[in-house]
Design a protein around this ligand. Structure first.
Ligand SMILES: [Zn+2]
Length: 285
C-alpha cells in the first residue's frame, strides 16, 4: 500500500493544464486515480506511465534527470499515438514499441524503454561533421532572426538547410491554427518571434567562446563537436527563453503549439529534433 502524488500535464481537448494526481497503490500494485484526471480503466500500466513520466531517474550529458514529461509530445510522436500519457491507449503504444524492439513488453516506459526511445531519437541526428565552405553558406536576412541585430557572420546557414527552413516556414504560416503573424508579402511579421532563427552556423571559435561564457552548461547543452559547425543545425524560437535548458523553460516550450507543430511536421521538410533542446533542429536530408 502506498500513496503516490504526481503532477501531471494532461491535455483535454484543446486545453491543457497541470493536474495534481493522487494514486493509491494497493497490495496487488493496482492504482486508481482519485482526483485530477478521469479514472482510467483499472490497469497498472496507465498509472505506472504517469508515475514514470514524473519520476523516472536517468542521466544525460553528465546531469541527473527526472521523468520525461518535458518530452511527452516527442515520445507520443515516436510511439505514433495521440492518446495522452496515463491512458490505456498510450500503454498499448508503449507495448507496441517494446514488442518491435524485443524489449520486455510491459506497456510502461521503464529505463530500458526510455533509453531505446532516446537512442532512436539520437540516431536520426546529423552525423556528418564536415564544415561547409563559404560557398555552401547563405546569409539569412536580419528580419528572419530572433535578434535582428545579430551580426552577419552569425546569420549564416548552409544553403540546402536554409531552403528547407523557408519551405517549413511557409508550411507553418499556412497553418492558421498556429496564429503566426505574417506580412502581406508572406514573410514572418517583425513582431512575430516564433520560428525565427536564434542561432545557425557557428565557427569553432565562436562555440569555444559560448562554452567559456557558460562553463556549467554540460555536454548536453554546448557540445564540443557541435552540429552547428555544419551549418545544418538551426535553433528556432519555440517560446519561453530561447535557449534556456532549465526544466521549467523546456516544459513550457514543449507545450507551445509551434513546438508541437514542429514535432509533427518538421520531418516532412527534412528536419529532425534534438530531444533535449526543444529549439534545436537539424537538417538531415
Ligand atoms: Zn542548437
Amino acid at each position: 500500500m502506498g500513496v503516490v502524488t504526481a503532477y501531471i500535464f494532461a491535455a483535454v481537448g484543446r486545453s491543457a493544464a497541470f493536474h495534481k494526481v493522487t494514486t493509491t497503490i494497493d497490495h496487488r500494485g493496482v492504482g486508481s486515480i482519485r482526483d485530477g484526471v478521469p479514472a482510467p480503466v483499472p490497469d497498472t500500466n496507465p498509472v505506472a506511465n504517469l508515475i514514470s513520466s514524473a519520476d523516472l531517474r536517468w542521466s544525460f550529458g553528465g546531469k541527473s534527470q527526472r521523468g520525461w514529461l518535458i518530452y511527452a509530445p516527442l515520445v507520443s510522436h515516436m510511439l505514433r499515438t495521440s492518446d495522452a500519457v496515463g491512458t490505456n491507449g498510450f500503454s498499448r503504444a508503449v507495448g507496441r514499441w517494446q514488442e518491435a524492439r524485443a524489449l520486455r513488453k510491459t506497456g510502461v516506459i521503464d529505463s530500458e524503454t526510455w533509453f531505446s526511445i532516446i537512442g532512436a531519437l539520437q540516431s536520426a541526428r546529423v552525423k556528418d561533421r564536415s564544415h561547409p565552405s563559404n560557398d555552401d553558406l547563405v546569409e539569412a536576412p536580419p528580419s528572419e532572426l530572433y535578434d535582428p541585430e545579430r551580426p552577419a557572420a552569425l546569420r549564416r546557414v548552409e544553403k540546402g538547410t536554409y531552403a528547407a527552413y523557408k519551405r517549413m516556414l511557409t508550411g507553418a504560416m499556412k497553418d492558421r491554427s498556429l496564429g503566426l503573424r505574417v506580412t502581406r508579402a508572406g514573410a514572418l511579421d517583425p513582431s512575430e518571434k516564433y520560428l525565427k532563427i536564434v542561432s545557425a552556423f557557428r565557427t569553432r571559435d565562436y562555440q569555444d567562446q559560448l562554452r567559456k561564457a557558460s562553463p556549467h552548461s554540460g555536454s548536453a547543452g554546448l557540445a564540443v563537436n557541435s552540429p552547428h559547425f555544419t551549418g545544418r543545425a538551426l535553433d528556432l524560437y519555440v517560446g519561453g527563453e530561447p535557449v534556456n535548458t532549465s526544466d521549467s523553460n523546456r516544459l513550457l516550450q514543449t507545450r507551445t503549439s509551434v513546438y508541437r507543430w514542429l514535432v509533427k511536421n518538421a520531418g516532412k521538410f527534412g528536419f529532425h529534433p534534438y530531444f533535449y533542446e526543444p529549439w534545436h533542429w537539424e537538417y538531415v536530408r
